[in-house]
Design a protein around this ligand. Structure first.
Ligand code: NAD
Length: 500
């Protein structure tokens, strides 16, 4: 790759990646491989191994052995922190490289990818602190004859299934916390975006993580993914992806060993804008919230709920902002909106844009496919004349499609915001503190933003209300999810005999 020019270029030949087992990369050998084309360039960029059932079993066995031999879980928090901090350092030195492969496989703008990978460094640093500060509890209100101690134990082998929209960020919102808790991991990245998960495996080994603590299998969800869900030797599974597959995860756990689950699923997230907001800021935030990562974002603000008195003007302001955002080659530093990640997702988004018009909504801007001579792109679409029952207003599109619904009262805005099966994220824009706080208290969402959107950091937990998921990732809450509580009751001195 030529890092010196402003516009990087895809590799001349696709790069081969092995999968990752026992602290080393395993080449394909006689196994089948699959090729990933860059969605922004239409050329092959990576080649991955189609892991077999035996490979998945070997990865779970590797993680099991590394957990049971206590080479990781029995380390002091300080020793685990040292390795997490070394990982952060090594990752910081490889930000450009990780961002390059992320952009090639996913289609997101390189500048955005670099910022995401930079944010991941902070996840490892923060989790290092948590490894040192994680602790249990004690009860000495048991009289002089006893003491109660509560310990926090790792859960064991954690299966980690991740989607293609933020392959590295979502991984790093989980891995450092799972490791901080003393667990071992078998990761199964999305089949279209596996490269950066495999690069992280290399970095973790270089940082001193014992062999077998972090393993990666590559391949499809229906084969290796499903086997991971059903595996009797996996103690917990963290799944991030669609609500449909989330159901399969719950069923598989119930059918097998009741493995503990963490689920982060879909969203149809409201942006509520009051007339007293700074409308310039709000228009920029709403445009960013729907176009960032081409709207392929579980927390995209896809439902604009705006006070009727300003609805028409505000809709126009958002549309004008979006028309100015630069759509282009994801490897170009100045690109703001990159490619749509998969052919199937491209079809889905275009299908919804058609459906919205067929249902009677008005497309006031965007929706076209700019011809850049290569790759697949969609200009962010903005719809007015939307009714709450239309598919574009209810279903998660996972693309740059914004629907505008006007409201008259705060109560109506809150009820429209909550009129969804999801509860992942929401934003309110208002300069009235009472309005902003009332809405923040009453909207059902795991993440809430006031006068901003899509913001956060390693300290803040992530997760959903309602059908958007179970459990929380990141922050102290995230590491606690990957531990279990043991209570120890200790008798002091001579026992008072039951049988005299
Ligand atoms: P997906 O559910 O199709 O796939 C996610 C992962 O699950 C992939 O690794 C895939 O290979 C695997 N998978 C698919 N079928 C499987 C099966 N039967 N058994 C085991 N694993 C299987 O989702 P996607 O298309 O990659 O991502 C888009 C969806 O993810 C959207 O609905 C979006 O809202 C959701 N998402 C949610 C969050 C969040 O944090 N809540 C974040 C990103 C994406």
């Amino acid at each position: 790759m030529d890092q010196s020019s402003t516009i990087l270029t895809p590799p001349a030949e696709p790069r081969d990646f092995g999968f990752y087992l026992e602290g080393a990369s395993v080449p394909a050998g006689s196994r089948e491989v699959f090729v990933r084309n860059s969605p922004g360039h239409g050329v092959p960029v990576t080649r991955m191994v189609k892991c077999t059932d035996d490979d998945l079993d070997a990865a779970v066995a590797s993680a099991r052995r590394a957990f049971d031999d206590r080479s990781w879980s029995a380390l002091t928090g300080a020793d685990r922190a040292t390795i997490l901090l070394r990982t952060a350092e090594l990752l910081r030195a490889r930000i450009d490289e990780v961002a390059y492969w992320e952009t090639l496989e996913n289609g997101k703008p390189i500048a955005q990818a670099r910022a995401e990978v930079g944010g991941c460094v902070g996840m490892f640093e923060y989790a290092a602190g948590l490894a040192r500060s994680l602790h249990g509890d004690s009860f000495n209100n048991t009289g002089d004859g006893a003491l109660g101690v509560v310990t926090r134990e790792p859960i064991g082998v954690v299966g980690l299934i991740t989607p293609w929209n933020f392959p590295f960020l979502i991984l790093c919102e989980r891995v450092p916390y799972i490791l901080a808790g003393g667990n071992t991991i078998v990761a199964k990245p999305s089949e279209v975006t596996s490269a950066t998960t495999l690069i992280l495996a290399e970095i973790l080994t270089e940082a001193g993580l014992p062999a077998g603590v972090f393993n990666v299998v590559t391949g499809s969800g229906r084969t290796v993914g499903q086997r991971l869900l059903e595996h009797m030797d996996v103690d917990m599974l963290s799944f991030t992806g669609s609500t449909a597959v989330g159901r399969a995860v719950v069923e598989a756990s119930g059918r097998t060993n009741f493995k503990k689950l963490g689920l982060e699923l879909g969203g149809k997230n409201p942006q509520i804008v009051f007339a007293d907001a700074d409308l310039e800021d709000a228009a920029d935030g709403v445009a960013f919230g729907i176009a960032f990562n081409t709207g392929q974002c579980c927390v995209s603000g896809s439902r604009l709920i705006v006070e009727r008195s300003v609805a028409e003007d505000f809709g126009r302001m958002v549309a004008e902002k979006l028309a100015k955002a630069k759509i282009g080659d994801p490897l170009d530093e100045s690109t703001q909106i990159g490619a749509i990640t998969t052919d199937a997702q491209n079809e889905t988004i275009l299908g919804y844009i058609e459906k919205g018009q067929a249902e009677g909504a008005t497309l006031i801007s965007g929706g076209a496919q700019p011809d850049l001579g290569k790759g697949q792109y969609i200009a962010p679409a903005v719809f007015t004349d939307v009714t709450p029952n239309m598919a574009i207003a209810r279903e998660e599109i996972f693309g740059p499609v914004l629907t505008i619904l006007p409201f008259d009262t705060m109560e109506e805005a809150i009820s429209m915001a909550n009129d969804t099966e999801y509860g992942l994220a929401a934003s309110v824009w208002s300069k009235n503190i009472d309005t902003a706080l009332t809405v923040s208290r009453q909207v059902q969402a795991g993440r809430f933003w006031v006068n901003t959107t899509l913001a956060g950091g390693p300290e803040l937990p992530i997760g959903g209300f309602k059908q958007s998921g179970w459990g929380r990732e990141a922050g102290i809450y995230g590491v606690e999810e990957y531990t279990q509580i043991k209570s120890v009751f200790i008798e002091i001195g001579k026992r008072d005999h039951w049988i005299k």
